[in-house]
Design a protein around this ligand. Sequence first.
Ligand SMILES: C[S@@+](CC[C@H](N)C(=O)[O-])C[C@H]1O[C@@H](n2cnc3c(N)ncnc32)[C@H](O)[C@@H]1O
Length: 219
Amino acid sequence: MKGTPLNDQLFEYIVHNFAENERTLLEHMAARAQAAGMPMIMISEEQARFVGVFLRAIKARRVLDVGTLFGYSAAIMARSIGAEGDVISLEFSEKHALVARENLADLGIPNVTVRTGPALDAMQKMADNSFDFILIDADKPNYSNYLKESLRLIKNGGVIAGDNALAWGKIASTLTNDDSDYASVTAIQQFNQAFAHEGALFGVICAIGDGMAIGVVSK
Ligand SMILES: C[S@@+](CC[C@H](N)C(=O)[O-])C[C@H]1O[C@@H](n2cnc3c(N)ncnc32)[C@H](O)[C@@H]1O
């Protein structure tokens, strides 16, 4: 049976009761990003809270953040795992990485390392079984490649998540290639199929934000 569609009032109810800290952090970090002309394409406040719940549940220590932007998901995850843990955050854009590093320094969050360059190259150089949690949220055409590497990089019992699993509401549509989102939506459809049918992953798409695919890995 279908659940309750989330309207603005219900979204505000959830954030007001559960994610005010995540909202305050987002407002603080987004101010510097907006001043730098960056896009507001980060995870939403209740998604941030959801990720925080998972990180605490699995007692994650090593986290990989694929797609830094201005550092919001990295900051959320760094705070969730505590000072003994560390987050590696991968970002293609030098400008985005600079703003993220400024935000993280300003907040006094020491346990995030932002690395610049193509995320896939960086992931391919990392050792097997290195991370407890991986959040995939960078360029959509590489999502299936990120999933393949994530399955190698995640530890047994670790969790892999991917944002935009509902592809801006277009995931179940058949698009023609004159739609500006065609390449991204098609790539996310392939990612979701791989996520659903990968034997090592027990997952689901959770309808929060633009949809978050999330699954636990058994190796
Ligand atoms: C949706 S944003 C990430 C948002 C971030 N996870 C958050 O919620 O705060 C995607 C980021 O991925 C970066 N990106 C795009 N292609 C990339 C690539 N090939 N390698 C690494 N980063 C990439 C973009 O520059 C952008 O900053």
